[in-house]
Structure formats: C-alpha cells, structure tokens
Design a protein around this ligand. Structure first.
Ligand code: CMP
Length: 140
C-alpha cells in the first residue's frame, strides 16, 4: 500500500471545546503526517458547496448552520492507506456507535456535532483537498 493523502476537518464543536490539540495528537499518534493545516471560518456558501452531496437530506440546513457557527481546522493528511485509516481512527458517524478509543467516541457530542470529518474515498479526498488547499499548500 502506497502513501496516500486524505482530507479532514476538525468541526466547530471540537474547536470551541478546546479539543483540536487532542484530536491532532490522536491523528499524529495514528501515523498521519500533517501536510497542510488552516483554521478558518467557513462561509455559508463554502459549507453548502462542501456538503452539496447531502443537499436533499433533511439535516442539510442544520449541518450547514453548525459548520458555520465557529472556526474549523481544515487539514491535509498523509500516510499509507490514509483514507481508510482516517475513517477507522475517527469511528462511526454517530458517536453512540463509535468504537472505544476512536476520535468520535472520545470527543463527539451527537451524530451531527460529531467533531471531525474525513473523506470517504480517494476520489473524494482529491476533490475535498482541492476545495480548501492550493497546489502550493500541498507541495505539489
Ligand atoms: P461528515 O462525516 O462530515 O459527513 C456528513 C455530515 O452530516 C456528518 O459528518 C454529520 O456531521 C452530519 N450527519 C450525518 N448524518 C446525520 C443525521 N442523521 N443527522 C444529522 N446530521 C447528520
């Protein structure tokens, strides 16, 4: 398995609760290298565009409101099998179903306010990395 990149967001709930350092430590502890990182406040248009795939879902409006309520940390991560490994380390979308020791089990509040996002496939990771980072940020 070759070195791969994936994209993550530490969400407003975790940033506001002062958990971003602990979450970054878990990511580094799991062997991820931080390629690029930025703390930003998402605009409504940015959040709507990022989650456009969910626009027909009943929680879309609430999700966009949540993701714009305070700063997030967007991160480009690298390691072997990064997409799959990040999803393992994050745990299930709903923290109630997340395995012990996973980031969502440790830090998430609810299925919506679930503290971290991670790309679901290598193709999605490429799109999501390009949504927030330029090639110069990514050393490309
Ligand atoms: P994320 O991995 O960022 O992908 C989509 C997000 O939508 C998800 O994390 C949650 O924040 C949110 N989400 C997914 N399912 C639900 C749901 N059933 N109710 C509310 N929010 C949800």
């Amino acid at each position: 398995m070759s070195v791969e990149r994936t994209f993550s967001i530490i969400k407003p709930d975790a940033v506001a609760a002062g958990k971003s350092g602990a979450i970054l430590a878990k990511l580094e502890g799991a062997g991820f290298r931080i390629v690029a990182l930025r703390k930003i406040l998402l605009s409504q248009a940015q959040a709507e565009g990022f989650y456009a795939v969910h626009r027909e879902r009943p929680f879309y409006g609430s999700l966009v409101k949540f993701m714009t309520e305070g700063p997030v940390i967007v991160i480009a991560l690298e390691r072997e099998d990064a997409v799959k490994k990040l999803r393992e380390v994050m745990g299930a979308t709903n923290p109630a179903n997340a395995a012990e020791g996973t980031i969502r089990k440790c830090f998430a509040e609810s299925i919506e306010r679930n503290c971290i996002h991670g790309s679901d496939a290598p193709e999605t990771a490429a799109v999501e990395l390009a949504y927030f980072f330029c090639t110069l940020d990514l050393g490309l």
